[in-house]
Design a protein around this ligand. Structure first.
Ligand SMILES: Nc1nc2c(c(=O)[nH]1)N[C@H]1C(S)=C(S)[C@@H](COP(=O)(O)OP(=O)(O)OC[C@H]3O[C@@H](n4cnc5c(=O)[nH]c(N)nc54)[C@H](O)[C@@H]3O)O[C@H]1N2
Ligand SMILES: Nc1nc2c(c(=O)[nH]1)N[C@H]1C(S)=C(S)[C@@H](COP(=O)(O)OP(=O)(O)OC[C@H]3O[C@@H](n4cnc5c(=O)[nH]c(N)nc54)[C@H](O)[C@@H]3O)O[C@H]1N2
Ligand code: SF4
Ligand SMILES: [Mo]
Length: 854
């Protein structure tokens, strides 16, 4: 396995461009306590924080002078990044200072102006809050099914927790879902199905120890630059370390890979099965691990496509979650068709390459790290593909060991910490609990001090994200509140609801509230815009891809009248709940009296005290011994080992520990008064030489074979579920002959609202281009710089062609990013979703491309 000199030089250049240690250690000294300190250089006040952008969750140090951020540098004491940042990290200070920050509440009096730049006028907070509260209360009283909150994996943890508490316990509504539905839902369902607990076993130290990296549709060079530079660093320093990059397009990540394997969409399902088949047929799996730890299942097949509204309620839609036990031999028989020859024919990947990859998993000594993001999750069989990746890691016993394991990367800074952990999904309660489980509802009632049975009204999951927007398009939504997202640009199939055409007027009937920091596509459709504090203008917390929760301190004040999102939520909650009672007490005070003073219209304490108080309540969910009633329910849960630990799996430490340590990875255990984080979940602590015992999980039952214990599934064992290859929702035909892959590029964050306001980043990547192969360009008679119209069954948009982009799609496939509001690619992207996770497939809409003359 060799990498050419040219490839090596390119890879190094990419690594250097994408991430580098920022700042010098000496200039950052004095910050290790985690609390604000005077700068060593005497420049300004320093605060610890976490980057606002990706799921890498890099720690940063903010330096402030005269209430202004003057620099942001990598935090060497945050163990997730140890000082590394990427280019977006360097420019973080500038996201606060775009010229058009929203600083005053805005109201739209005439809803027919929606979708235009006109129609919003300035208002006082009082007027805007009264209007929003009266609309929410009216909708709530008339028909609870017509209201919804759409949240985010960019919402800080305590804010998400309070939003979920307001919606679920205050309004008794499950119509709350985060944008993480567009992102991590397939991963979450995969985790829950297989391990009965969410989030990865491993940690970022795996990058420094792996022998082989396999990226399965993850463009880490652009999307996870800090981790990508740890990957390339390991490749350059470790003997014989290899990287296989699998995907449907060549990306910057492919540049440094030893081998790139381009497969036809969805055949990743077959490739993983082919590896499993090789392990099983040749008895190269880890027999002891399989016997001790695993059970085998199969599920509903031929599940069709969730393209229209009726799918979830259809016969097949209702059975997609069903699984039944099978024997190992039956599992082996199901895999048997996935030979190298068959899989090669289906996928287009040569037999030798498939064999080489299969041998990686068969090598007992190889430490293998699989990494995946949206290529796998945004997939019409996204949950299945997550299963198939776990299957090969479980069969080979390559999990929960340093340098070795399946690692599902998260996109957003707090997709884990907030969206997945505090209960902002329509089917969840805090800490992996779900609304449909009566035990979980009792437990939540105990912590929120609600009468027994109070939450029974919300035992049915509410609307998931795609459903919320589909219902809005049909005029079935009266009230929508969104925060930390830009749905009018990021949702798929925007054509369905953005309000052009006669049967598409729903958006004009829905009262829409948007919390924002800048004017966006979504504020164009808002009836009220709340101007809010951005990032370190208040204190908050994010939880990253390696289960690390970290605090970002408040460093500067928000501009003008901009306010903390949580303050706006409290102010609406107190108005809407006015006159409501829980257990004979004012409902608002019952839920939020511990942090908020209604009469003063303000929090009882400062940002730190407020966050600490919320954290301490939230923490009870995973530390039941903090609350007698909760402890009793937990102790009696099922009475089994499994039931007992259900609530403990995410143990969290007291708030100030996170400040002191610049973040801790859960579960966190208290040992002799010290709070210890966990690096490898499921591992019993007997680690290989060179690894610190401290910080290694002691969860589970010592003495189990192979030094792992899947503590949440001790009785039922993790499941290997057979999932077959099934085709994409659409395949190219004469009318729509191209696959359209969408995604992101290094400089911009999602819809570009923040990064496009940073001149350096904007200049580096000023426009969204359609990347095409030379072959397709020649066939269509187009060249670089030509404008084309891209049309799908769902909608159309215009874009400029480029063959020189960073992604190089093979003939028959094209790629474009979604950061540019003037190039609204999601008008044409399908909203077909994985039937199990309800996550849309943004990666393979079929389109036609036609040159725009003139
Ligand atoms: N610069 C930057 N970084 C970001 C973000 C950002 O906006 N900008 N956003 C963050 C967020 S929220 C997310 S979710 C992540 C996303 O991170 P990624 O998923 O890495 O990025 P994308 O560009 O969405 O996806 C591109 C990948 O999808 C693969 N793909 C396409 N079709 C298929 C298929 O059928 N199967 C498989 N297996 N793969 C396929 C392609 O091969 C390619 O590798 O990035 C995070 N990081
Ligand atoms: N075509 C295509 N579309 C996609 C995807 C794709 O791969 N292809 N990926 C999907 C995925 S994985 C994701 S995660 C989504 C992301 O989609 P969104 O989350 O909808 O997009 P963002 O641009 O991140 O929107 C976040 C907004 O929050 C604002 N903001 C910043 N700070 C604050 C704050 O403190 N409070 C409030 N209230 N607002 C704040 C920002 O200005 C910004 O407008 O996009 C999805 N859309
Ligand atoms: S964008 Fe991601 S990799 Fe870059 S500094 Fe922020 S957290 Fe780190
Ligand atoms: Mo995402």
């Amino acid at each position: 396995m060799d990498i050419s000199r040219r490839g090596f030089v390119k890879a190094t250049a990419v690594a250097l461009a994408s991430a580098a240690a920022a700042g010098t250690m000496s200039s950052l000294m004095g910050c290790s306590s985690g609390n604000a300190t005077a700068g060593a250089a005497g420049e300004g006040q320093k605060y610890t924080a976490v980057c606002r952008f990706c799921g890498c969750g890099c720690g940063v140090i903010c330096e402030v002078k005269d209430n202004k951020l003057i620099s942001v540098t990598g935090d060497p004491d945050n163990q997730s990044n140890r000082g590394l940042n990427c280019v977006k990290g360097y420019y973080l200070a500038k996201i606060l200072y775009g010229e058009d920050r929203l600083t005053v509440p805005l109201i739209r009096d005439d809803s027919s102006t929606k979708g235009t730049d006109e129609g919003l006028r300035e208002a006082t907070w009082d007027e805007a809050l009264e209007l929003v509260s009266s609309k929410l209360k009216e909708t709530w009283k008339n028909d609870k099914n017509r209201l919804a909150f759409w949240g985010s994996g960019q919402q800080p943890i305590t804010e998400g927790y309070c939003t979920a508490k307001f919606w679920k316990a205050g309004l008794l509504s499950n119509n709350i879902d985060p944008n993480a539905r567009l992102c991590m839902a397939s991963a979450v369902v995969g985790f829950m199905n297989v391990f009965q607990t969410d989030e990865p076993a491993g940690c970022y130290e795996d990058f420094d120890n792996a022998d082989v990296f396999v990226t399965w549709g993850a463009n880490m060079a652009e999307a996870h630059p800090m981790l990508y530079s740890r990957l390339t660093a390991r490749k350059l320093s470790g003997e014989g370390v290899r990287h296989y990059d699998l995907g449907t397009i060549k990306t910057r990540t492919s540049e440094s890979a030893d081998k790139t394997m381009l497969f036809k969409p969805n055949t990743d399902l077959a490739i993983a099965n082919c590896i499993a088949n090789y392990l099983v047929q040749n008895k190269l799996y880890d027999e002891a691990f399989v016997n001790d730890h695993l059970q085998f299942k199969q599920g509903t097949e031929n599940i069709g496509n969730a393209t229209d509204d009726g799918y979830d309620a259809s016969d097949v839609g209702k059975t997609v979650d069903d699984v039944a036990p099978i024997t190992f031999d039956e599992f082996a028989a199901r895999l048997a068709p996935y030979t190298f020859e068959y899989t090669s024919e289906l996928s287009g990947v040569p037999v030798e390459d498939l064999e080489e990859l299969a041998k990686v998993f068969a090598d007992k000594d190889a430490k293998v790290m699989s990494l995946w993001t949206m290529g796998v999750n945004q997939h019409n069989r996204g949950t299945w593909m997550n299963h198939n990746l776990y299957n090969i890691h479980l069969l080979s016993g390559k999990i929960a060991k340093p340098g070795c394991g399946p690692f599902s990367l998260t996109g957003q800074p707090s997709a884990c910490g907030t969206a997945r952990e505090v209960g902002t999904f329509s089917h969840r309660l805090p800490a992996d609990l779900v609304v449909k489980n009566p035990q979980h509802r009792r437990y939540t009632e105990a912590i929120w001090d609600l009468p027994e049975g109070y939450l029974d009204e919300i035992q049915k999951p509410g609307m998931h994200t795609v459903k919320i927007f589909r219902e809005m398009s049909k005029g079935n939504l009266g009230f929508l509140w969104t925060a930390h997202n830009n749905w009018a640009q990021s949702m798929p199939n925007l054509t369905r609801f953005l309000g052009k055409g006669e049967d598409n007027q729903g958006i004009f009937d829905t009262f829409i509230v948007v919390n924002e920091v800048y004017p966006t596509m979504s504020t164009k459709y808002a009836d009220v815009v709340f101007p809010v504090a951005l990032w370190v203008e208040r204190e908050g917390q994010f939880g990253n891809a390696e289960r690390r929760s970290s605090v970002f301190e408040k460093a500067v004040d928000p501009p003008g009248e901009a306010k903390w999102d949580l303050w706006a939520i409290m102010e609406v909650a107190r108005r809407v709940l006015d006159g409501e009672q829980i257990d004979g007490e004012d409902a608002f005070d019952h839920l939020f009296g511990f942090i908020y003073d209604k009469d003063a219209a303000d929090f009882k304490g400062d940002d730190r005290e407020t966050n600490r108080a919320i954290w301490e309540e939230y923490r009870i969910f995973s530390n039941p011994s903090m609350n007698e009633k909760a402890k009793a329910i937990n102790d009696n849960a099922d009475g089994t080992f499994e039931g007992k630990l259900k609530m403990e799996a995410k143990q969290l430490a007291p708030y100030d520990e996170y400040l002191a340590h610049h973040g801790l990875t859960w579960p966190v255990r208290e040992v002799d008064g010290t709070w210890l984080p966990t690096k490898w979940r499921f591992s019993n602590g007997a680690q290989e030489d060179g690894f610190d015992e401290v910080g290694v999980a002691q969860y589970g039952t010592p003495g189990l074979a192979n030094d792992v214990s899947f503590y949440k599934s001790a009785k039922s064992k993790p499941s290997v579920v057979f999932r077959p290859y099934e085709p994409p929702a659409e395949t190219p035909d004469s009318e729509f002959p191209f696959y359209f892959v969408t995604g992101r590029l290094l400089e911009h964050w999602h819809t570009g609202t923040m990064t496009r306001r940073i001149p350096e980043l904007d200049r580096a990547l000023p426009e969204a281009l359609l990347n095409m192969s030379q072959e397709d360009c020649t066939a269509l008679g187009v060249k670089d710089g030509d404008m084309v119209k891209v049309t799908s069954r769902f909608g159309e948009f215009d874009i400029k062609v480029s063959t020189a982009g960073r992604t190089q799609p093979p003939a028959g496939t094209v790629f474009a990013p979604f950061f540019a509001e003037e190039t609204l690619i999601n008008l044409a992207v399908q909203d077909t979703y994985c039937p199990l996770s309800k996550e849309p497939d943004y990666k393979k809409t079929c389109v036609s491309i036609a040159k725009i003359e003139g």
